[in-house]
Design a protein around this ligand. Structure first.
Ligand code: UDP
Length: 238
């Protein structure tokens, strides 16, 4: 069997990816299927750091948060990511994968705080590290947390798992002629005004020369194909 294309990756899972077809929350069979994909990759010896979103539970700018102080709503969003991280780590435990959750905001009774050398040590030990609470700061997103932790962990690539299978020339739901980019540079993505990640996350990845792969987590085997360096999703390169 061929070798994985990467030794260490940062996987960004949106909260919505945990919902399955439900309207909100965590769908049991969806999380189990996702964790099975992650376990397959971890068992190959690829070091996996995961940033989990929280949009399935709470989004700071959601209608439910209207009228709320933005920073307060964002802290609620960050706490939602902690719940998802706990669920994810627990689901990994069920399939024999050791995961450690590290939070960017201090809630020591629940999960350990993010400490960079400790996170690096866990990765070297073959544990999956799940980064919770985003960047720990309001006005940011978990996409930015993914870029940040990806750079801090010296990951070779940020894998942005979404519900669509990559970056298209136009919205495929609106334009039947939209085609998928297999590869695109940061500069081309900016020139074509393509939304890959939010602007802060995208700028950080570009500055750090950290490539991004956008792919569908709902597509069977897609994560493994990405890890093996196969033509799957869209690669945003330097
Ligand atoms: N959030 C934040 N700072 C961060 C990361 C997240 O304030 O560094 C808040 C923000 O309110 C956001 C919510 O947490 O709407 C959930 O994160 P995100 O929307 O990135 O989750 P995803 O869309 O990936 O599920």
């Amino acid at each position: 069997m061929s070798k994985p294309a990467y030794k260490r990756v940062l996987l960004k899972l949106s909260g919505e990816a945990l919902m399955g077809d439900d309207a909100y929350g965590i769908n049991r069979s969806t999380i189990e299927r996702m964790v099975a994909d992650v376990a397959e990759v971890a068992k190959l010896g690829v070091e996996l750091a995961i940033v989990i979103g929280g949009g399935n539970i709470f989004r700071g700018v959601a209608p439910g948060a209207q009228g709320m102080d933005r920073a307060t709503a964002d802290y609620m969003g960050m706490l939602a990511t902690v719940m998802n991280a706990l669920a994810l780590a627990d689901a990994m435990r069920h399939v024999g994968i050791t995961a450690r959750v590290m939070s960017a905001i201090g809630i020591e009774q629940v999960v350990e705080p993010y400490v960079r050398p400790k996170a690096l040590q866990y990765l070297e030990e073959g544990k999956v590290v799940v980064f919770a609470a985003g960047t720990g700061n309001p006005f940011f997103t978990t996409d930015t947390a993914a870029a940040l932790r990806g750079a801090e962990m010296s990951a070779e690539i940020v894998l942005k798992a979404t519900k669509v299978d990559g970056v298209y020339t136009a919205d495929p739901k609106k334009d039947p002629n939209a085609t998928l980019y297999h590869k695109i540079s940061f500069d081309e993505a900016i020139a074509s005004n393509l939304q890959v990640m939010d602007a802060t996350a995208f700028a950080l990845c570009r500055d750090q020369k950290l490539p991004i792969k956008v792919f569908s987590i709902t597509k069977p085997g897609a994560l493994m194909r990405v890890i093996m360096g196969e033509d799957e999703g869209t690669l945003v390169h330097v």
